[in-house]
Design a protein around this ligand. Structure first.
Ligand code: SF4
Length: 226
């Protein structure tokens, strides 16, 4: 049975786990309260947040630079739905534990599929993916009066740092925000250590369906070589 959050879209196989749904529902109720009236100051950062492990280090470092940070979860690339919710619950729980405002924007799987329809291979696929996610968060940030934008994606050494910077800077300039991001991949090892230490959920693929298949193939190839 398709998951309600997929709007009945039967291309996606959805098997949400009750535990995450319950956790998400509880968190959402709390977050709605937190998100209605954010106190944004002249130096406020909208931090696009891709997953819990990648949130840890940018949050710690950027907190020294901004009075207000809102972690914004907009990741319609993530497949399947239960994986989306698992990452969402992990991010939300960590943000709450750090007293940081957290918001989930809509889960638009079809928008991601449309944006990447002509670009099945990376880096073109990833560029469209970054563009879709950043633009939505930047538009949200402009509406809410944020001054800066950054993304936690740059913690991962598997992401295309140059492409992220190019897309983020271009969009920030277009919408009048300052790009406060940087290459955080030197913090990846520490983020891995800390996330393991606190028992945080750690995914083993980037997010989209194709990346899940690519990661699976790579693991199988490694196994064969061993
Ligand atoms: S591999 Fe990652 S960045 Fe690239 S399209 Fe898939 S989810 Fe987006």
């Amino acid at each position: 049975m398709p998951h309600a959050r997929c709007n009945g879209h039967d291309l996606w196989e959805c098997s949400p786990k009750d535990v995450f749904l319950r956790l998400y529902t509880d968190l959402n109720a709390r977050l709605n309260g937190m998100n209605t009236e954010p106190t944004l100051t002249p130096e406020s950062l909208a931090l696009h947040t891709c997953c819990g492990p990648c949130l840890i280090e940018p949050l710690r470092l950027l907190r020294d630079e901004f009075d207000t940070i809102t972690a914004v979860y907009f990741n319609p690339n993530i497949h399947p739905c239960d994986e989306y919710e698992r990452r969402l619950a992990t991010c939300a729980a960590y943000a709450i534990s750090q007293d940081v405002a957290f918001i989930e924007l809509e889960y638009q799987q079809q928008a991601w599929m449309q944006a990447t329809a002509d670009t099945s291979l990376s880096p073109q696929r990833c560029e469209q993916c970054y563009r879709l996610r950043f633009e939505r968060v930047i538009k949200w940030a402009v509406e809410r009066g944020s001054t800066h934008f950054a993304t936690t994606l740059t913690v991962s050494p598997y992401q295309n740092q140059a492409l992220i910077e190019k897309v983020a800077e271009e969009l920030c300039e277009r919408y009048g925000l300052v790009y406060a991001g940087r290459d955080f991949s030197d913090r990846y090892r520490e983020a891995t250590r800390l996330s393991r230490e606190i028992g945080m959920y750690r995914q083993n693929y980037c997010g989209c369906g194709p990346s899940q298949q690519e990661a699976r193939q790579m693991r199988e190839q490694r196994k064969k070589r061993a």
